[in-house]
Design a protein around this ligand. Structure first.
Ligand SMILES: Nc1nc2c(c(=O)[nH]1)N[C@H]1C(S)=C(S)[C@@H](COP(=O)(O)OP(=O)(O)OC[C@H]3O[C@@H](n4cnc5c(=O)[nH]c(N)nc54)[C@H](O)[C@@H]3O)O[C@H]1N2
Ligand SMILES: Nc1nc2c(c(=O)[nH]1)N[C@H]1C(S)=C(S)[C@@H](COP(=O)(O)OP(=O)(O)OC[C@H]3O[C@@H](n4cnc5c(=O)[nH]c(N)nc54)[C@H](O)[C@@H]3O)O[C@H]1N2
Ligand SMILES: [Mo]
Length: 758
């Protein structure tokens, strides 16, 4: 058997890699000459209608993969099938460099030296890998209980339902994902307010209908280009736009009529102030408040505390600017909608902030209104609908179920555990320390994405057994794992995905590199080895389609009723097969009022005052809470760390830690940078390009300075996911101080820091 360390492995892989050339044509397609050179010129070109997995933002951008002789020779934008984006972004075009990257993990590997040291990998067969993992998990299950094995994913979305199915069949309630640090905190908020998840992140504008759109703490120009086009269309059709963001983002520059450049973490105050304005001007939905809500008087009293003057001071904006926003909200003739995303949960009062913003939609009469936030009855055809619900864990609110009691997160985050059907992973190091988790099976899990990264690495070291599946060997995670397995990239696998209400099936366009397998197959093969062959269609090659047909399709009554087969879907490409779904009865506007139990909260109403929060001893009504570390709450700490930390604002060329290995993308941002306002830089004698130290009370990293007025004076901005400058390595985890006690989310977008010349 071949033995090699990482460096030797990379050297070997480099020798076999493709070079790096690309031609961009006038019509916006990308040709890869290296691949063209390898393909037999006589072979026919085959077109695969696919979508881009270069980022994890939905809806996905459609793309055409042109394949010749097994080589991906060209990528074209896709306008067929109603699934288009006018452009392919840099990440999409650079996809070919991902596929042929010399750093790719191509074979199953097992380590030969102790965890925590730079790993020595030994190549093993798939059979040995799957058998070893199954034997280990079975041993742990028999000795300590099935709940001691956790099954998690980072970024990957497609394989989540199959992984959850395996986790619950195995008997563990400890299924988790990166969503416990992404935007699922907004789902907690929606659950507390509405009794369900559906209203988590508000709604984008409907071109031609929405008259006022508040783009609140999100920068779709860079984070979601497909969706950004909708905002531009709405704007062109006469919709006014307010953007709430501490930074002057491209979204601000392109579409804002008014920019509220607030101090980070002050959004709850702003939303309560807007609530106060709607109530004082008597511009709120009386029918909703009187007949469909609970706790309005307490909310109204709270709002009254947030006068324009006080709020402007908290948010650090002028009274005039704030008043302008209020005038726009009170004066709008027609529907208003609000969209917000990941910035909210990334605060210690994150759930509170999201609840305060969500509340403005029904309060202003914009719930279930065309052009406002629609109540969708459309069912998405995704495996999510057919999650294994053989035990009750997939149903929310099963707090007293005996298996549920074994959830590792329950004692730390009871509110999260009450609302969300996956575990909160931000306290994983404590679950391992307490013996609640002893082994892990992880798809695309990344230790660097969690605050206090070293504690996560130590947790993987301390586990009896940790397995990771990934595209790459990532030492920051995999040096702490026992076995690593190679995953196929999206052009190399068949997979189901639903985006934007359209049903799209990605098709394998090229053979997988090395011995890579799709995540779906890896999970299925492990499941079969653990005795769940029937539930995973026997595993093996081609299992993806069997799972789509026999579980996903068979479990969806709309598809069954329509008689659609997977072959029909493939045959219809590039057009999606749209399956008729149950439509709501014809009703006048505000249909939710006619539906039974529309708000499945404890009171059966929209809860301005949350009974769930009351039950767990929290303030039931939203308030502005100063961050535990801020110039206002800790002036003593601010003496040494005067700048506000804003991490993770998306950049166009990278997705979290991904894409650093792709030369075309790396050229666009070669080094980790901290963005500083010109006066903040000048005060510190820092100029553009200087090496600087970014320090928090919990550690330091070295980065380069970018001096720019995109940031607010006194607030810095740094992207995460850099191995050599991991900002999450200088954060800590204390519930109520740097973790939201309701959702468990980290305070990625608040806290204090200092920047000095290196
Ligand atoms: N400081 C700070 N930290 C943050 C954030 C922030 O704003 N600031 N944002 C948070 C948010 S919103 C998120 S979503 C998380 C993201 O956290 P992660 O999703 O963990 O981040 P990625 O760096 O994308 O890591 C994904 C890993 O999965 C691999 N991968 C990608 N696709 C696949 C696949 O299909 N299969 C397999 N097997 N592997 C795959 C990649 O190679 C990579 O190693 O980070 C969070 N962390
Ligand atoms: N290119 C690229 N696209 C991505 C990703 C990526 O890594 N790269 N990640 C994907 C993922 S996982 C996610 S979750 C989404 C996230 O998508 P978005 O939520 O759009 O993320 P950002 O673009 O970082 O925008 C967040 C904005 O919030 C602002 N902000 C920070 N703190 C506060 C605050 O306290 N109040 C207010 N009002 N604003 C604040 C920041 O300045 C920033 O401009 O993007 C997805 N798309
Ligand atoms: Mo995210």
């Amino acid at each position: 058997m071949m033995k090699m360390n990482r460096r030797e492995f990379l050297k070997l892989a480099t020798a076999t890699t493709a070079g790096a050339a690309m031609i961009c044509t006038a019509d916006g397609s990308y040709i890869f000459p290296d691949a063209v050179a390898k393909a037999d010129p006589a072979a026919p070109e085959v077109v695969y209608y696919n979508h881009c997995q270069g980022c994890n933002s939905g809806p996905k951008c459609g793309m055409k993969l042109i394949v010749k002789d097994g080589q991906l020779i060209r990528i074209e934008r896709r306008s067929e099938g109603g699934h288009n984006n006018p452009n392919i972004c840099a990440k999409g075009a650079a996809q070919v460099q991902d596929i042929h990257n010399p750093n790719r993990l191509l074979h199953p590997m097992k380590r030969t030296n102790p965890k925590g040291e730079p790993a020595q990998w030994e190549q093993i067969s798939w059979e040995e890998a799957i058998e070893t993992i199954a034997a280990k998990f079975t041993e742990i299950k028999e000795k300590y209980g099935a709940d001691k094995v956790m099954f998690t994913t980072g970024d990957p979305k497609e394989p989540r339902p199959v992984l959850q199915r395996l986790c619950f069949l195995f008997g563990s309630p400890n299924y988790g994902t990166e969503s416990s640090t992404c935007s699922t905190g907004t789902r907690v908020a929606s659950y507390l307010n509405y009794g369900k998840n559906s209203f988590a992140t508000g709604a984008g504008p409907t071109p031609g209908k929405t008259k006022l759109f508040i783009n609140w703490g999100t920068n779709p120009a860079w984070s979601s280009s497909y969706y950004f086009e909708t905002i531009q269309k709405a704007k062109a059709s006469g919709c006014k736009v307010i953007v709430v963001d501490p930074r002057v983002t491209p979204t601000v520059s392109c579409v804002a009529d008014l920019h509220l450049q607030i101090r980070p973490a002050t959004d709850a105050a702003l939303a309560l102030c807007f609530g106060n304005a709607l109530i004082q001007a008597d511009k709120y939905d009386h029918d909703f408040v009187e007949n469909y809500s609970h706790g309005f008087e307490e909310y109204k009293a709270r709002c009254a505390e947030y006068t324009v003057e006080k709020t402007a001071e908290i948010c650090q904006i002028s009274v005039e600017t704030l008043q302008k926003a209020i005038d726009m909200i009170l004066g709008v003739e027609g529907p208003m909608t609000i969209q917000f995303r990941a910035a909210y949960p990334h605060h210690v009062n994150g759930v509170g902030m999201a609840r305060a913003i969500q509340t403005l939609i029904p309060l202003s009469g914009n719930l279930d209104v065309d052009g406002g936030q629609r109540v969708s009855n459309a069912k998405s055809i995704s495996l999510e609908n057919t999650k294994y619900t053989g035990n009750k864990l997939a149903t929310k609110g099963q707090y007293d179920d005996p298996t549920f009691a074994l959830r590792a997160d329950r004692e730390y985050f009871p509110v999260w555990a009450e609302c969300i059907d996956e575990i909160q992973l931000n306290m994983l190091p404590e679950y391992v320390r307490d013996g609640k988790i002893r082994a892990a099976f992880m798809l695309g899990q990344n230790a660097m994405m969690w605050p206090d990264t070293a504690a996560f690495q130590k947790a993987f070291d301390e586990m009896d057994f940790a397995v990771a599946c990934d595209y790459y060997i990532n030492p920051w995670t995999h040096d702490h794992c026992d076995i690593i397995l190679p995953s196929a990239m999206s052009p190399e696998r068949n997979y189901p995905i639903t985006t934007n209400g359209m049903k799209i099936y990605g098709r394998q366009a090229i053979p997988a590199q090395g011995e890579a397998h799709s995540d779906c197959r890896i999970v299925a093969d492990l499941a079969c080895a653990l005795g769940f062959s029937e539930e995973f269609c026997g595993g093996g090659e081609g299992v993806e389609d069997k799972i789509i047909e026999n579980i996903l399709f068979a479990g969806n009554k709309d598809i069954v009723a329509a008689g659609v087969k997977l072959a029909d879907v493939y045959a219809a490409a590039p057009n999606p097969v749209v399956v008729p779904t149950e439509q709501p009865a014809e009703n006048p506007e505000k249909k939710y009022r006619t539906q039974d139990n529309f708000f499945p909260t404890p009171t059966g109403k929209f809860e301005f005052a949350s009974e769930v929060l009351k039950k767990f001893g929290f303030d039931p009504v939203v308030d502005h809470i100063e961050p535990a570390y801020s110039p206002v709450s800790t002036p003593d700490v601010a003496k040494d760390f005067p700048l506000i930390l804003n991490t993770g604002s998306r950049v166009p060329m990278y997705v979290h830690s991904r894409h650093r290995q792709q030369p075309w993308l790396r050229a666009l941002m070669p080094d980790p940078i901290v963005r500083l306002y010109p006066t903040d830089a000048a005060e510190r004698g820092i100029v553009e390009g200087d090496d600087v130290i970014l320090a928090t009370p919990f550690g330091e990293i070295k980065v380069k300075a970018e001096v720019t007025n995109i940031v607010k004076p006194g607030v810095i901005d740094i992207f995460h996911g850099w191995q050599q400058a991991n900002v999450n390595g200088i954060m800590n985890r204390v519930i109520g101080e740097t973790l939201d006690p309701l959702s468990g989310f980290p305070a990625f977008k608040e806290g204090l820091c200092q920047v000095r010349k290196a």
